[in-house]
Design a protein around this ligand. Structure first.
Ligand SMILES: [Mg+2]
Length: 256
């Protein structure tokens, strides 16, 4: 048997201290998360003040030669919009080259508009405080559940400095039907964090009736926020689990 090392106790103490230090410094990502918050982007975290719609119209002009049909963006998915554009222009939605060309053009315009000197958009009031409050709990995992393509979503959150808070998500390039994005987001959250999240402790935070329907379809909770184009009364009519006037109000709902 190997004799005990003269410095054994000290070394064990050192290792113990190092472990305690590591635990104390452990990043929020490594801490065990018990709650999952899936955020919509437009009207919930970010208001591009029309830069998103302008980019779609600009891409339409470039690819189809006209402004395209009137579009309702609230809660829509980019693939759903693509279907409408193709129907309007009598083009095949399965035309992969056309889709690639359209989305490439759209992303270029979006990136350009969001970085233009006169870009009027920004984060929705209280977005940073809500994200910070959730991160501070140490048990909230954050992800995206948005109708934007993944690239469009990344352009928007990166532009507003919150990209690093959302390491995974389900996007409008995954399905045209937003109601199919919930299970995907749960699956990607489980893969990222190495554990399944309880649907009862999973929240979709969004500003439209489509976010509420999406949460219902996935069997998770919905916190509707009247930070976009719908009032609390209009959102309440769709029976979310909670409705908040502002993101400041959402802090107490999600962290208490
Ligand atoms: Mg929205």
């Amino acid at each position: 048997m190997e004799p005990p090392h003269p410095g054994g106790h000290a070394r064990r103490r050192k290792i113990k201290t190092a472990r305690a230090d590591r635990d104390a410094l452990e990043t929020p990502h490594r801490q065990k998360k018990s709650m999952l918050c899936l955020f919509d982007i437009d009207g919930t975290l970010v208001d591009t003040r029309g830069a998103g719609m302008d980019s779609i119209v600009a891409a339409c002009r470039e690819v189809f030669g006209d402004d395209g049909p009137p579009l309702d963006l609230a809660g829509a998915t980019d693939l759903g919009l693509w279907e409408k554009l193709c129907a309007h222009h009598q083009r095949d939605i399965r035309d992969a080259a056309l889709a690639a060309s359209f989305f490439e053009t759209y992303h270029r315009h979006l990136e350009h508009r969001l970085h233009a000197g006169d870009y009027p958009g920004g984060l929705i009031d209280g977005a940073t405080a809500l994200i910070d409050a959730l991160v501070a709990t140490g048990h909230a995992a954050l992800g995206l559940l948005t109708g934007n393509t993944e690239r469009g979503a990344r352009i928007k959150v990166r532009r507003h400095g919150i990209d690093h808070h959302f390491p995974f998500g389900a996007y409008g390039c995954d399905h045209a039907d937003r109601n199919r994005l919930g299970p995907l987001a749960l699956e990607r959250a489980a893969r990222h964090h190495g554990r399944q999240f309880d649907p009862a402790a999973t929240w979709i935070i969004g500003d439209t009736p489509r976010d509420i329907a999406c949460a219902r379809a996935a069997g998770v909770q919905c916190l509707a926020v009247a930070t976009g184009s719908f009032t609390t009364a209009e959102l309440a009519a769709h029976r979310p689990d909670h409705v908040c006037e502002s993101l400041a109000e959402a802090v107490s709902r999600l962290t208490s």
